[in-house]
Design a binder for this molecule. Sequence first.
Ligand SMILES: NC(=O)c1ccc[n+]([C@@H]2O[C@H](COP(=O)([O-])OP(=O)(O)OC[C@H]3O[C@@H](n4cnc5c(N)ncnc54)[C@H](OP(=O)(O)O)[C@@H]3O)[C@@H](O)[C@H]2O)c1
Length: 258
Amino acid sequence: MMAERESGRGLKRAVVTGASSGIGQASVQALVAKGWQVVGLARREDRLRQLAEDLGGAFTYQVCDVTDEDSAQSAVDAVLKAGPVKALVNCAGGAFGKDPVATSDLDDWRGMYELNVLGTLRMIQKFMPALKKSEGTVLIISSTAGIEPYEGGGGYCASKAAERVMARILRLEMIGQPIRVIDIAPGLVHTDEFSLKRFGGDAAKAEAVYAGVPDPLTAEDIAGCVTWALEQPDTVDIDQIVVRPRAEGSYTKVYRKS
Ligand SMILES: NC(=O)c1ccc[n+]([C@@H]2O[C@H](COP(=O)([O-])OP(=O)(O)OC[C@H]3O[C@@H](n4cnc5c(N)ncnc54)[C@H](OP(=O)(O)O)[C@@H]3O)[C@@H](O)[C@H]2O)c1
C-alpha cells in the first residue's frame, strides 16, 4: 500500500486548467464520474464554486490565471499542499481574432502566446517534479489548428502548433523517466464560449462557425478522450489523438446541410 502511494500507482488526483467552461469543465465532470479527485483551475471563481456545489467533495478548485506567475505559483502551492498529483490536464486556452496575418493585431497574437503556449509551459514546469514522483501524466489539449494552418488563423494556429511541438519535445525529453505526455488535438467542438470569445462577443459570427454542421463534437466527446487516455496503464503513452466530427475532413472540408 505504502509503495503504491509512493509510486503513484493507483493514485487518481488530477489538475484541470480551464475548468470553468467547455472542454475543461466537461473533463472535470467526466473524471469525477470515473472516481478521480479533481482540482479545477481558472479565473472565474463563481463558475468554479458552482461546479464544486454540483460535484461535491471530489472537486476542489483554485482561482488561477495561468498567464500570471504569482497567481499560478500560489495555485500550484495550494494544490500540492493538499496532496500528490497524478495528472495535469491543460485545457486553459483560446483564440482571439480571425484576421489575416498582414493586418492582425499584435496584442491578439501576444494574448494567444501568453495563454496557449507560455501558460501551458508554466503549469507543466511547476507540476513536473510532483508528476515525476507519482509516475504522472501531462496532457495538453492542442487543436487540429496546430496541424493544418488556415487563413485567418495566424496567431491561433501558430500557438497551437507550438503546443503540439512542446508536447512532442517534452515526450522525447522524458524518455526513461516516469512521465507520460499526451497531446489531444480536437477539430470542430461546439462549446458555448470558444468562438464567442474569438469574435469578441459577436454571437452571429460565433454561431456561423457551426452552422449546418450536423454533429460538431461536444465538450463531452473530448472529455471522453481525456479520461480514456488518462486511464490507460502508466506504461502506455497515448502520444497523440486527433479527433474530429465525422462531418469534418479538414478545416476547409466540412459538410454543412444547406
Ligand atoms: N472549441 C473548439 O472548437 C476547440 C477545438 C480544438 C481545441 N480547443 C482548445 O480546447 C481548449 C478549451 O477550449 P473550449 O472550447 O473549452 O473553450 P472555453 O469554453 O472558452 O474554455 C477556455 C477555458 O480556459 C480558461 N482560461 C482562459 N484564460 C485563462 C487564464 N489566463 N488562466 C486560466 N484559465 C484561463 C477559461 O476560464 P476563465 O475565463 O474562468 O479563466 C475557460 O475555462 C482551448 O485550449 C482551445 O484552444 C477548442
